[in-house]
Design a protein around this ligand. Structure first.
Ligand code: HEM
Length: 242
């Protein structure tokens, strides 16, 4: 996945690693990261442990993928990292897909109406019970759809078929995916488990790290935007003066 500020940069190949090695390394990182998230919440029920660990690792990988472009713009030495965005984005979306399957199988037990917040009433019809859960899941589903489109189009073959401009336009919209993921995660981290009527579980330790991660991504994107804007403005001034 690419981002808006970085397509102008051509990666330097001084320390480049082939795509197969990148896939392998990113896959290993995904497995180790998920394992660490799993271990960090050993006391939770299996379904919550697994879907949260996989959702968290997906978020981290997509955040890193989103940050590489702005970082390369701010520190040109990091341009060598640009090719890694693709694999990080692809495995981030694969993890999000697995996270969704766990929720469908383990939480709503393939009763798909429940995804939207409905529950089966003892008299045999569905009633809306969890509005927030439904909305959080709908945002997650749109993010997943978006992520799948971006991941499936992340190949050189697709880039050739779609043509440079269309492909670039599609990939630059990864900011929309990022915003959807942030809203989805924030809902489940800060709001969903607060309820007047039932006891609330211990706050998830990921609440503060999540806020820090999102702030870092925003600051990087703003800083890269400012740098691009300033260098374009001084370029324009030089052209006018010449
Ligand atoms: C790109 C897509 C998605 C990403 C990156 C993502 C990521 C996340 C993250 C990071 C969390 C918070 C984990 C935590 O509390 O530590 C979460 C929670 C959750 N997500 Fe997603 N998600 C995505 C799509 C979906 C979809 C499609 C659904 C349902 C159809 C879904 C349902 C849930 C639910 C129910 C929770 C609460 C988990 C729990 O409390 O055990 N997510 N998601």
């Amino acid at each position: 996945m690419t981002s808006a500020t970085d397509n102008l940069e051509k990666p330097s190949h001084r320390f480049s690693i082939g795509w197969k090695s990148r896939h392998l390394i990113v896959l290993v990182v995904a497995v180790i990261g998920t394992y660490l998230f799993l271990e960090s919440r050993a006391q939770w029920s299996e379904m919550h442990r697994w879907n949260r660990a996989i959702g968290d690792m997906s978020l981290v990988m997509i955040a890193v993928s989103m940050s590489i472009g702005p970082l390369a713009r701010l520190m040109p030495r990091l341009r060598t990292a640009i090719p890694w965005r693709r694999e990080l984005g692809i495995y981030g979306v694969i993890l999000a897909f697995i996270h969704t399957i766990i929720i469908l199988a383990g939480w709503v037990e393939w009763d798909l109406v429940r995804i939207f917040g409905y529950q089966l009433h003892p008299e045999g019809f569905y009633v809306m019970l969890q509005h927030g859960f439904g909305l959080g899941n709908v945002i997650g589903l749109i993010a997943l759809f978006y992520g799948l489109v971006l991941a499936l189009s992340s190949s050189d073959w697709c880039q050739r078929k779609l043509g440079g401009n269309v492909w670039k336009f599609l990939q630059q919209s990864s900011y929309v995916l990022w915003m959807l993921i942030v809203v989805h995660t924030a809902y489940f981290l800060y709001l969903h488990f607060q309820d007047y009527h039932r006891s609330v579980p211990e706050p998830n330790w990921a609440q503060i790290p999540f806020a820090v991660l999102v702030s870092v991504v925003i600051v990087l994107q703003l800083a890269a935007f400012m740098k691009t804007w300033k260098s374009r403005r001084s370029g324009q001034r030089r052209t006018v003066e010449a």
